[in-house]
Design a binder for this molecule. Structure first.
Ligand SMILES: Nc1ncnc2c1ncn2[C@@H]1O[C@H](COP(=O)(O)OP(=O)(O)O)[C@@H](O)[C@H]1O
Ligand SMILES: [Mg+2]
Length: 243
């Protein structure tokens, strides 16, 4: 019997990712839906939870189901507000991987999700970057870690410029923050990401394939899943970061 209990509610087998932050438009839904698609393509039993009342992830999944005649590859549910935690704990144990997309604010449902999560992923857009948001996220993490001390927290750039000083300034500020680890695996601002989303696809499924976008997402994914495996095996060790 596996008894690597991560908390009182959820067993140690399921891996729970929360894609969040406190800003709209940073790419949460893009990352969450790509993550759900990627995990399902790897044959995992995946639940995508839409905890944002804007329902963008739900719309994506509905569209994906329609286009694939019900073969989206993962299960999608909506959970918001206070019910989120109870529902989540009930549902999560039935899956191998749970990906939770949250809204662009510090909501009850984001906190509920974080209280049971393994990994918190926070995308930041270097063009609309502000240090205030970073500080808010850092304080949120510190609060949550008092009830979920094993939560691993990661920040990265999304919609990054192919090159430029905006990236560097944002990366610098993220690197300095101790509440999370900065992953130097940015997703660049590429039409492939929005085109894929508009078609209910992960960027890796888009035809013709955008190699750069696909590689960026898989590099981010590999980095995150390395972290995930370490959590699953209860090995507390750091992975190597580029840059
Ligand atoms: N890396 C990217 N390149 C291009 N467009 C992106 C990228 N990431 C997100 N977008 C687009 O930016 C908009 C906001 O992204 P979204 O994932 O919905 O943000 P959030 O869920 O944080 O509000 C969407 O139109 C999405 O298609
Ligand atoms: Mg969203």
């Amino acid at each position: 019997m596996i008894f690597n209990v991560k908390n009182n509610f959820i067993n140690g087998v399921v891996m729970i990712y929360v894609v969040g932050g406190i800003k709209g438009g940073s790419g949460k839904t893009t990352v969450a839906t790509n993550l759900a698609v990627k995990l399902s393509l790897l044959g995992k039993d995946v639940l995508l939870v839409d905890a944002d009342d804007q329902e963008t992830a739900t719309d994506f999944s509905a569209w994906r189901n329609e286009r694939t005649e019900g073969k989206a590859g993962y299960t999608s549910v909506q959970l918001t507000g206070k019910a989120a935690r109870d529902e989540l704990t009930r549902l999560a144990n039935k899956y191998e991987e749970v990906v939770i997309d949250t809204g662009g604010r510090d909501t009850t449902s984001q906190r509920a999700a974080l209280s049971v999560a393994d990994i918190y992923l926070v995308p930041f857009n270097p063009r609309s970057f502000d240090v205030w948001t970073v500080e808010k996220v850092a304080r949120l993490i510190e609060e949550i870690q008092t009830i979920n001390p094993t939560l691993k927290t990661y920040a990265f750039l999304n919609r990054a410029d192919p090159r430029g000083s905006d990236n560097d300034d944002a990366a610098e500020a993220l690197r300095e923050e101790e509440a999370f680890k900065y992953l130097d695996t940015p997703l660049v601002n590429r039409k492939a990401f929005s085109n894929a989303s508009a078609q209910g696809m992960g960027v890796m499924e888009l035809q013709p394939q955008d190699k750069k976008a696909t590689t960026e997402f898989s590099t981010l994914f590999d980095t995150i899943s390395n972290v995930g495996n370490n959590v699953e095996n209860n090995v507390i060790s750091d992975i190597t970061f580029k840059g």
